[in-house]
Design a protein around this ligand. Structure first.
Ligand code: FMN
Length: 169
């Protein structure tokens, strides 16, 4: 697929069939993540890769909209290291760009993925930080749930010319 095809085909996949995503493919996803742009090239991202089903259970207790983890094969928690960011708050944009790269690379590799929002929900952030033993200066942005897709939602065209403003609002 070319880049534009991958962008169009990416959808949130919440149903998975049994099967493993190889470590090699996980590393391709992480490499894609770390190819993203960051402010001042700070690369303040950190990634926690989780495969333990027991941990998935605990994540489902922390996150109310993460039921798909029950059948997921792997989860990547994208975090921002606030000690390394260019200025307060930049970690959000930088880790968001890394997340999108993971979702797109997963689409290319035939892996189902969905972004599960953690930041700015304080309860989810606290719960996940405790579970994963994150240092205080490392903030979890999301959980990316990954598995072999058992659903194939169609592409959607969300282009809305009314949202585009040329030159001035
Ligand atoms: C910041 C953010 C938080 C999200 N949180 C959740 C979530 O908690 N649970 C979930 O099932 N999907 C979550 N999603 C996925 C969205 O529901 C999904 O992207 C949206 O409905 C559009 O569908 P699509 O991804 O298939 O294009 C989240 C997406 C983003 C960007």
């Amino acid at each position: 697929m070319n880049t534009l095809e991958v962008i169009s085909k990416r959808r949130s996949i919440r149903q998975y069939k049994p099967g493993e995503i190889s470590q090699q493919k996980i590393e391709i996803l992480l490499k894609a993540a770390m190819s993203a742009p960051t402010a001042r090239n700070c690369q303040e991202w950190e990634f926690v890769v989780v495969r333990d089903k027991n941990m998935f259970k605990k994540m489902m207790e922390i996150h109310p909209y993460a039921r798909m983890l029950e059948h997921a094969d792997c989860a990547i928690i994208v975090c921002g290291n606030t000690q390394r960011e260019h200025a307060p708050g930049y970690w959000l944009a930088d880790c968001g760009a890394a997340t999108q790269n993971i979702l797109l690379a997963a689409t290319e590799l035939g892996i189902g993925s969905v972004w599960l929002g953690v930041y700015p929900n304080q309860e989810r952030m606290d719960g996940l930080s405790r579970l994963l033993k994150l240092p205080e200066y490392v903030k979890p942005l999301n959980i990316i749930s990954l598995g072999l897709p058992a659903e194939h939602p169609a592409e959607v065209d969300r282009f809305d010319p009314a949202k585009v403003h040329y030159e001035l609002w």
